[in-house]
Design a protein around this ligand. Structure first.
Ligand code: PLP
Length: 385
């Protein structure tokens, strides 16, 4: 039934069999830079590649500060902690995301609250956020904090996700956050190279985080980054992720409970090499999306295009079916015939550990869960940009 789609995808990826969802590529100076780390013995978190990778990321995203972290989950946990999230606080996020978003909230000892997503962006819906806040919280002028009316807990952060690299309506979300004095930490784990209104995702709120996991647009094997324009925030992140060590040439004094969460020089060396040809990767991925878009126009399957005012990295391309049955038939046929496809994540509010979390109506997330499928989206060697 879906033979045309399978043939098209295989052809797109030069006849590969199987075609996997998102394979990493190493086309530049990766090996040379790793060897340099070993030859110079700078293998741990002190080293020129960590600094270089941070500088390159800050420049690319036009952030004032970028701090390299061991992975995206840890980056989000630290960004939340530094923004002021404390145990038993509540953090608003979306049910449609990778589990790491919600785990990072839990790692802070905080409780996730789910508000619905927008069907066009698949990221947090500003309307649903506003609606939930208007019915469930009160703003206290004395403490300048927002409290949940039913639990009495402080709502201390909002974490929208730029799902699959598609920018969400982040400017409106930040405006709502400002109204309630709730900081926004952007989960831009998937959206390096994605812009909203010509501004890089992750740079609208107090901070953003990026992931360099093996399946992302560029990878360091595993790794993360926190980006921010706030100097104090950046200093604090750097301090507590390097065991909160007070700088001194020989004394070992630590002034709070810190973390060993910094990225190593070897890891950053891969990141620097990948960043050197990141533009080529993005144009390759955007070309793939264009070809998919043209192809699916001739079918009864909807290809998800970047939302208005945004430029997506098209990290994972996404298609939508009329209903769950069609989606399941497609998943079965493609995965049995050498084309790796996968449904969207099981919604977070359905997972055992998060099923009792407070939530608004989640109709859009449910609608998307039943219909969306991710299709192969990695770098294509067959395209020369
Ligand atoms: C939306 C989202 N948030 C957070 C993460 C966590 O990143 P990492 O795997 O680097 O810990 C990922 C990816 O893996 C992600 O897709």
């Amino acid at each position: 039934m879906y033979k045309d789609v399978i043939d098209f995808i295989k052809k797109l990826y030069g006849g590969k069999d199987p075609v996997i969802l998102h394979e990493p590529v190493f086309l530049g100076n990766e090996k040379q830079y790793i060897n340099d780390c070993i030859d110079t013995t700078f293998v741990s978190y002190v080293g020129k590649y960590v600094t270089k990778f941070e500088e390159m990321t800050a420049k690319y995203t036009e952030s004032k500060y970028a701090i390299a972290i061991v992975n995206g989950t840890a980056a989000l946990q630290i960004a939340l902690q530094v923004s002021g999230v404390k145990p038993n606080d509540e953090v608003i996020t979306q049910p449609l995301t990778f589990v790491a978003t919600v785990n990072a909230i839990s790692h802070c000892g905080a409780k996730p609250v789910f508000v619905d997503v927008d069907t066009a962006t698949m990221g947090m819906s500003p309307e649903k956020l506003k609606d939930w806040l208007s019915k469930n919280v009160k703003y206290d002028r004395t403490t300048r904090k927002t409290f949940n009316l039913s639990t009495g807990n402080s709502i201390s952060a909002i974490v929208p996700v730029h799902t699959f690299g598609f920018p969400c309506y982040i400017d409106e979300i930040v405006e709502i956050g400002n109204h309630y004095n709730i900081p926004v930490i952007e989960d831009s784990a998937e959206s390096l190279g994605s812009f909203f209104k010509n501004k890089h995702t992750g740079t609208f709120g107090l901070a953003g985080i990026i992931s360099y996991n093996g399946n992302k647009s560029i990878t360091t094997g595993g790794g993360g980054m926190i980006i921010t324009d706030n100097e104090k925030f950046a200093e604090k992140v750097k301090h507590i992720t390097t065991t909160a060590k007070v700088p001194h040439r020989w004394e070992y004094i630590h002034d709070e409970i810190g973390y060993n969460y910094r990225m190593t020089n070897i890891t950053a060396a891969i990141g620097v090499a990948q960043m050197e040809y990141f533009d080529k990767i993005i144009s390759n991925k955007r070309n793939t999306a264009e070809l998919y878009s043209d192809f699916f126009k001739e079918t009864n399957i909807e290809f998800v295009c970047e939302p208005i005012n945004s430029r997506s990295n098209y990290w994972l391309n996404c298609i939508r079916f009329a209903d769950r049955n069609q989606r399941d038939e497609f998943l079965e046929e493609t995965n049995s015939n050498g084309v790796m496809t996968r449904p969207i994540w099981r919604l977070m509010n359905k997972l055992e550990m998060y099923k009792n979390c407070q939530r608004g109506t989640l109709d859009n997330a449910q609608w998307l869960e039943e219909r969306c499928v991710n299709i192969p989206s990695g770098f294509r060697n067959t395209y020369n940009s």
